[in-house]
Write a protein that binds this ligand. Structure first.
Ligand SMILES: [Zn+2]
Length: 387
């Protein structure tokens, strides 16, 4: 089995400018690397009307259980104005003990660490007491329609059963070893539209102003308490993100007004319960309001809450992190959504990767030592997993 230098592989991956939905050679390079380690690789391109086609890669080594899966994405977010960067964002330069470029932290560095860990594990063992797979999408930073979700559907059709999954998102806020994510809050976006009747401000009796009604409705929504948190989660939170009337005139009562909000909710809720809570709050506001308030509500659920209750898999990962970094990682459910929101329907899933400080930013970079340490952590995870 060949040795893999995770820093060099990460640099090569950065040199593939795989801004969603472009593959740009990143999956080809990973496939070549994994084929060299004995993996069976399957490319899974998906497309549907109105979306850009996306290429994805599933690779598996071994045919028995237990089956551990490394999941992630090779696509990256756009660089913004490349002139704002110190280097070419796709040069993959190593400077000042760090690897620089778009995707260094999110998440080409951890994908390279996955591969190096497997190479290291295979070099130290004659065979694996189970299976290792890679579930790598090219559509995580984009609409996430032709990526992980469809790959999981394909896996189910093939009868592929994954027992445990690690997603390599950059979970550490400051230092490698800070934080493992064992769950994520759910997220729902809402749009409330109040329809009135347009008219002249001097003749309000001939109009019906939707703005005070919208303010009342949004106020009642914002003042509602969702919960006090739970064992593994912070309290659920509602934020009003916008109130739009779009009225530039000073003498016109507008015809309608729109408010937008987002809720991040914990494991006290699911999509159905949170939807019901929102409707109840709005109906209460209508009932309390003077006049004849009428609203329209649209809800967009972007991911349900999930929790992987700490057990042997989380303990093995925690021990590996502590052994390599000397830090006992916090088990957290904070932060935004990731593809783990889809994977949780198929298997236990946790997230651990690099430090996220520079992700999605100009001059994204990670210390090269972190990439090497991460590869060690993943290899120790494999050691413990198959022990
Ligand atoms: Zn990511």
């Amino acid at each position: 089995m060949s040795h893999i230098d995770p820093v060099e592989l990460a640099a090569q991956l950065i040199r593939c400018p795989s801004v969603t939905p472009a593959e740009a050679g990143a999956l080809d390079l990973l496939q070549e690397t994994l084929t060299g380690l004995g993996f069976t690789c399957t490319r899974l391109p998906f497309e549907e009307d109105g979306t850009a086609p996306v290429d994805n890669l599933y690779a598996r080594l071994g045919s028995e259980g237990p089956h551990i899966c490394f999941a992630g994405h090779t696509d990256v977010v756009p660089v913004g104005d490349a002139d704002d960067w110190q280097d070419d964002p796709f040069a993959g330069e190593i400077r000042a003990q760090a690897l620089w470029g778009r995707g260094a932290a999110d998440m080409k560095g951890s994908i390279a660490a996955f591969a190096a860990a497997v190479a290291g594990y295979c070099a130290a063992h004659d065979d694996i007491a189970g299976s290792i797979s890679f579930l790598i999408t090219g559509d995580e930073e984009g609409p996430s329609i032709n990526g992980t979700r469809k790959m999981l559907g394909w896996l189910e059709e093939q009868g592929e059963v994954i027992d445990d999954c690690l997603v390599g998102e950059p979970t550490n806020p400051d230092v490698l070893g800070d934080m493992i994510k064992i769950g994520r809050r759910g997220s729902v976006n809402g749009v409330v539209r109040v329809i009135g009747t347009q008219g002249h401000v001097a003749y309000p009796h001939l109009a019906d102003n939707p703005v005070p009604q919208l303010v009342t409705l949004m106020g009642h929504l914002a003042n509602g308490k969702l919960d006090d948190g739970s064992t593994h989660f912070q309290p659920s939170n509602l934020e009003i993100t916008s109130i739009d009337v779009g009225n530039d005139a000073t003498n016109v009562i507008p015809a309608d007004a729109t408010g937008r909000f987002n809720i991040r909710y914990n494991d006290h809720w699911d999509a159905e319960k949170i939807s019901a809570w929102i409707k109840t709050r709005l109906d209460e506001a209508v009932a309390n309001a003077a006049g004849d308030a009428h609203y329209e509500l649209e809800l967009f659920h972007t991911g349900d809450c999930f929790l992987t209750v700490p057990g042997p898999f989380v303990e093995t990962l925690s021990a590996a992190v502590e052994e390599v970094t000397g830090r006992a990682p916090v088990l957290s459910t904070s932060g935004g959504t990731s593809d783990a929101r889809f994977i949780k329907d198929a298997t236990r899933v946790v997230e651990f990767g690099l430090v996220g400080k520079t992700m999605h930013k100009v001059d994204e970079n990670v210390p090269v030592d972190d990439i090497r340490q991460l590869a060690k952590i993943y290899q120790k995870l494999l050691d413990g997993y198959f022990a």
